[in-house]
Design a protein around this ligand. Sequence first.
Ligand code: NAD
Length: 480
Amino acid sequence: MNSYPSKIFHWIAGREVESNDYFAKINPADEKKLADVARGNRAEADQAVKAAVESFEAWAGMSVNERAEVLDRAIGLIEQKRDELAEIVALEFGESKKGAQGEIDAAIKCGKFFAAIKSFEPEILESSLPNRSLRLERQPAGVGVLIVPFNNPAAGVAWKIFPALLCGNTVVLKSHEDTPYVGVWFAKIFQEAGLPDGVFDVVQGVGPEIGQALVENPKVGFISFTGSSRTGSAILKASADRMVKVSIESGGKNPIVVCADADLDKAVAGAVSASFIDAGQRCAAASRIIVVEQVYDEFKKHFLEKVKTLKVGVADDANYGAIINERRMQAILDAVKGAVSRGATLLCGGERLKLLGFFIAPTVLEGVLPDDEISRTEVFGPVPVLYRVRDFEEAVALANHSDYKLSSAIFTESLNRAEEFIKRMRVGVVRVNAPTYGSEPHVPFGGLGLSGNGWREPGRQALDFYSELKQVSIDYHGQS
Ligand code: NAD
């Protein structure tokens, strides 16, 4: 591909900035080096934050409408260059171009949702005091850091950058080590769309190095983080003393409950799709398939039949692609081996495919205890576990038995049972007769427990994170 660079730099104050050190980005689908990537350090983090600080007043001072116009122009350019971005995502993430195109379309829709918000109407309140007018206005949250995961890299950047810029913030995006070019590509598009230099900066490098330096920078006023719970917790600790506003969107251990009265074809299709989407590398992928005993054997038979038809690779008809890097592939295989050594039954897969690239065969386990490590930790791979339960009561209890509380689904034809499940699940998302993943730009997404700390992106609720309310009152003397 022509547009993928052999060297990837930081993007600071509207231009590429070199580093002293570089690391290799490997294509997960063929194990070849794609590029050398800048390995940023604290000085480079500070340089990027400085650019964002210096550009803040002018950008924050523009009207929402003017900022939305820049967003509109950027969306037009992304639409024009949709194919180029899809190729970058497909290469970095190790998936089919068709799969990547679906993600770009989601990113564009997200941009359009935010660009359509042309003004923030103040809320008018009535004061209990005489001769006082009162209103609430939105103001930018400040200079922020956006930290993204490797999965769905284009949609991940879009979810953060569009609301962050619309609200008048200036930001430094920390690219993921495994998907380094997507953020720079977006920043270049925004420059072409007329975004002033410095408003959107991008740095490259290793999380505990440049990521940590950004989080510790005293000029940073907010941090929007999507990634693992472990990193989220480290970021909260590192920024706690300065009381920085931090949004954490992290992992999931999402259950699907299959009831005796479920449409089994629909349940099998939904559970397979939710378990293997992006090779299980999605926060909202399903990893715990909880089936009541009356239909367990029948469900398992059809589930395994469908799993065996899955195609793995980067061809457009593939169901899923590669694991993002060799280390993570090995960790997934080790997690499966560990579960089997503790008594789990491997129903299929459990091995690396004999292909170039980091591909794992579709894997299914059963006979795992609810407190086994593989039941409690996020594997982030194509490895669902089937659980046999007595009845609905046990299914709900097991579904809720997790420190992660992101998404969940139930397959049932009973409206009463569906409503009961909705009421009793302590999670951020409940779906009835549909997979655990899939979101829309106007709908806020997020979880409880280890899955997040209460903020929501996208939807209008994202504006509550990326802006701060200002209470304004005007006292007048009441005489003309
Ligand atoms: P990760 O935590 O390993 O890395 C995420 C980002 O944090 C990377 O850019 C990394 O460089 C950076 N980072 C690492 N250490 C840091 C530190 N000390 N300070 C600052 N930054 C640091 O996550 P990952 O494995 O790359 O991403 C997958 C995870 O993201 C999964 O847990 C998945 O469930 C989660 N995720 C959640 C959502 C959601 O919306 N809830 C969406 C996508 C992914």
